[in-house]
Design a protein around this ligand. Sequence first.
Ligand code: NAI
Length: 315
Amino acid sequence: MSGQKIGIVGSGLIGRAWAMLFASAGYRVQLYDILESQVTTALAELRKELQQLESKGRLRGELSAERQYALISGCIQLEQLVQDALHIQECVPEQLELKRSLYAQLDELLEPQTVVASSTSTFMPSLYTEPLKRRSQMLVAHPLNPPYFIPLVELVPAPWTNTEAVERTRTLMLALGQRPVVLKREIQGFATNRIQYAILNEVWRLVAAGIISVADADRVLSDGLGMRYALMGSLETAHLNAPGGVSDYFQRFGGEIAAVSATYGPTPNVCAESETLAEIARQCEQLVPLEALGQRRAARDEFLTRLSELKRQLP
Ligand code: NAI
């Protein structure tokens, strides 16, 4: 399928990342934005970024940075973007009304072979595709930032999404070297944020109860659970942690899991518990002052880059 055309709507942070991923696998990429200046800036930034990745030996794919860049072009007409597109990746800001109006426009222009995937982190696809003629060709393909170094993509169908559209998107993501997971049906928060919020809720409760500091609660993940989770998930971890595998694990530890789970208490109201939030912010800012956030993000991205390289060497 490489060589075919991919359309990207929205040339911000995530749109640019997708452009690099598709070009790395040899697809022709067209970037569309409502602002012409945004497209021009995006193309210039992409060229710089591809060259930097190449000079550090971190460029993905077989093609040189210049050849990958040559596969990417810009446009400011949606009509032009949809023409002959195999796949369109939507990356406009996270505003429901904006997504609704864009999808209504796309609905009038889409060709029958094109699948449209949204990068949305929060909106279930039924929220903005229900009334559309071509809704069976639409789904969510949610990446994690930075997508160039974090391979997960969550594929989330609406109740009317065609199974072929899901399967085609899954195959396309694999061709990019990403790791798609498929939800059988849509659910608020998809899988990633549901699991992430379960962790945030419990960390919040432990800090609010004065049981652990912010630094130590985060260390439980970064120096403990996260070390394993970078390689395998919670169920495989359980499978490996009992001589008879996962059934044995839940038989041995099920009672303890249920007993601890019964003590969690209600879901914290993180918007309203302002005292706890102030305390968490105070401790976080002691660890990383606001003016050092940029530096800390850069360190995280550098680490993620190396981790993704390491993971590629593992079976
Ligand atoms: P962004 O603000 O960096 O970029 C959005 C781009 O869309 C801008 O270039 C803007 O000019 C353009 N735009 C606005 N209205 C448009 C329209 N009607 N037609 C075409 N282009 C339009 O936003 P970002 O961060 O790239 O987010 C895009 C999507 O990706 C959102 O749905 C977001 O939830 C999702 N996402 C973001 C992540 C992140 O960490 N930033 C992670 C995973 C998903």
